[in-house]
Design a protein around this ligand. Structure first.
Ligand code: UDX
Length: 442
């Protein structure tokens, strides 16, 4: 079986490399010539554990990349992995999806093909794609992904479930094709959820919205714990010990970021609203998340009074550890707010590419000129904390626990830590003479 993957962004690249590792002949198609050139040289445009090694392993053998849609002619299965960014109203923008479908259409012939939608698309999209292709010998399958950035390849090979949505469950052809492609998972007992298009599409949004809701829920409880006393980390642990609740995604902090949760929660809200239904709980999830960073900034303000002219070290630029991705990063949001307050910000991230991206982001937005020279991206954590009025933790890097906090204490102007991710050992930090402010652990 020959496979083409349209779109070589996050999802498409992992899918291409993963399927090549299964032994299929894979061609990745992207309209971005620069990216295709890089990929064919074995360079991954993404920072992702193990990806470049696996890419190199299959290049020149059963994996290659091209800008030509014509190549789909030779393939039996086409994975649609283009982006569905947020439009100005918060809906998922399907422009890239439909333009890819039109490009694919131009090269379809009588041969039977399966088109698999992997991009996150609003309910009803697979049906619409099939409608556009009704005159062709194709079946459309919805197959959402649940990959986490940073460990996406690991997630690809160890899924919790495979979700497959079909237009007609009485039609065995596409079901057989998909079972063959994913036989590796079938053989290993991974549960397969075989359902209709609409359920498959909703599963993806519901999964992300549920995880986001867990985060907002614990952040809301943290706000109360912050006032009445108690330690949210202990509360989370005890909650998680109840198997019905589960211990994942209950870490309180300054909220969720990244390329999925904020965008998908918004898009799900729009899907309710466009049908005249008010999504009360999911809306609250988004509201709590949006407020959380301001709630945290107010905590900092309450301590210092006026922030104008204060210097802070912000530790963490990426939206989560071990990625270079700054999209919807809470750290970046906080930096912007601090700069607006007139602060001097010295920031650091363990991932070099995240630091580079931050430099690029602020230059691109020309904010360096706008903010004057109040923002510094440093290559050394100890440089970042030198002479600051406070240290602020914005990304949950476990390495932060192992840093030499005694040395940090000697470098800062004032020994205050605002731990936006509750990552530090509170008692240890206090013993070193720091004032410690976490999220829901006062
Ligand atoms: C998420 C989903 O986990 C994945 O299944 C989906 O396919 C894409 O979206 P990802 O965006 O890579 O993956 O990040 P994830 O690890 O889920 O974290 C998202 C955000 O939530 C981060 O900003 C993280 O800091 C925050 N988070 C996570 C919390 O604040 N508390 C938690 O307990 C867990």
């Amino acid at each position: 079986m020959k496979i083409s993957v349209v779109g070589t962004g996050y999802v498409g690249l992992i899918q291409s490399v993963g399927l090549a590792e299964f032994g299929y002949e894979v061609v990745g198609i992207d309209i971005d010539e620069r990216k295709v050139k890089l990929l064919n040289r074995g360079i991954s445009p993404l920072y992702e554990e193990g990806l470049e090694e696996m890419l190199k392993k299959h290049l020149g053998k059963n994996l290659r990349f091209t800008t030509s849609y014509e190549e789909i002619k030779d393939t039996d299965v086409i994975f649609l992995c283009v982006g569905t960014p947020q439009d100005k109203d918060g809906n998922a923008d399907l422009r890239f999806i439909y333009s890819a479908v039109e490009s694919i259409k131009r090269h379809l012939d009588d041969r039977y093909r399966v088109i698999v939608v992997k991009s996150t698309v609003p309910v009803g999209t697979s049906r619409k794609i099939k409608e556009r292709l009704k005159d062709y010998n194709v079946d459309v399958v919805s197959n959402p992904e649940f990959l986490r950035e940073g460990i996406a390849l690991r997630d690809f090979f160890n899924p919790d479930r495979i979700v497959l949505g079909f237009g007609d469950l009485n039609n065995p052809k596409p079901i057989e094709v998909m079972k063959e492609i994913y036989s590796y998972f079938l053989d290993r007992g991974v549960p397969f959820v075989i359902t209709d298009w609409e359920s498959a599409e909703l599963i993806k949004y519901a999964a992300n919205a549920f995880l986001a809701t867990k985060i907002s829920f614990i952040n809301e409880i943290a706000r109360l714990a912050d006032v009445v006393g108690g330690d949210i980390n202990t509360i989370s642990r005890a909650l998680g010990l109840d198997e019905r609740i589960g211990n994942k995604f209950l870490n309180a902090g300054i909220g969720y970021g990244g390329s999925c949760f904020p965008k998908d929660v918004k898009a799900l809200i729009r899907q309710f609203e466009s049908r005249g239904i008010e999504p009360k709980l999911i809306k609250a999830t988004e509201e709590v998340n949006e407020e959380q960073i301001c709630w945290f900034l107010n905590k900092i303000k309450r301590y210092y009074g006026d922030l104008n002219g204060k210097t802070f070290a912000v530790l963490g630029l990426a939206f989560k550890p071990n990625t270079d991705d700054l999209r919807e990063s809470r750290g970046i949001k906080l930096i912007d707010l601090l700069l607006k307050e007139g602060c001097i910000v010295k920031c650091y991230d363990y991932v070099e590419k995240a630091r580079e991206n931050a430099i690029e982001r602020y230059r691109l937005n020309n904010s360096k000129a706008y903010y004057g020279y109040n923002l510094y991206v440093l290559d050394d954590l100890y440089e970042a904390v030198k002479d600051v009025d406070g240290v602020i933790i914005t990304t949950e890097y476990p390495q932060l626990r192992e840093e030499d906090w005694e040395k940090i204490g000697n470098l800062v102007r004032e020994k205050v830590v605002f731990d936006g991710r509750n990552i530090l050992d509170r008692e240890k930090i206090k013993r070193l003479g720091f004032k410690y402010f976490g999220v829901g652990r006062n």
